[in-house]
Design a protein around this ligand. Sequence first.
Ligand code: NI
Length: 192
Amino acid sequence: MAILPVVTYDDPVLRKPAEPVDPDHPGLGKFIDDLFETMYEASGVGLAAPQVGVSLKLFVVDADAITEDEEEDSFGPGVFINPEIEVVDPEKWDAEEGCLSLPDIREKVARPETIRIRYQDRDFNTHEEEHSGWYARVLQHEYDHLRGVLFIDYLGAFRKRLIRKKLEEVRLGKAQTEYQLAPKNSGTDEKE
Ligand code: NI
């Protein structure tokens, strides 16, 4: 297995819809293992393929750490290939989120309480499940990565202004992380 460098929010791969995954995609099993290893190394609860620069509709989660409450769904490692999410209960609730592609930024995000997810597991068996609470939140966050959406997109203008400086530091490669970030392309700095 290998630990993969994580790209940050300013990488265009995080802004485009990911490609469907084919069962005979070369090296898929190893790639999934690498995603898990990278996620655990970074103490993340979820990691989507585009976050390591690979535009595929695939993410992994291990939400055990944050769903300890026995009232909540509690789930260990999961692989979600070609997922589709439908909102079941549109009532939204606020909670703080972070993202490995947005180091050092945590903000409250409003998300629907209950969702239905249809996906394939690593053996390409199809599943359909309903989830609520924290687990539903993690799934929605990771699913967003597959359609070019980041949690900062949900913030109001005021909160966006407050994190502008932190975002700029991340973009310039000055963020300090305990996990490996993909290097910034030097010399090809785009003007804004
Ligand atoms: Ni994320």
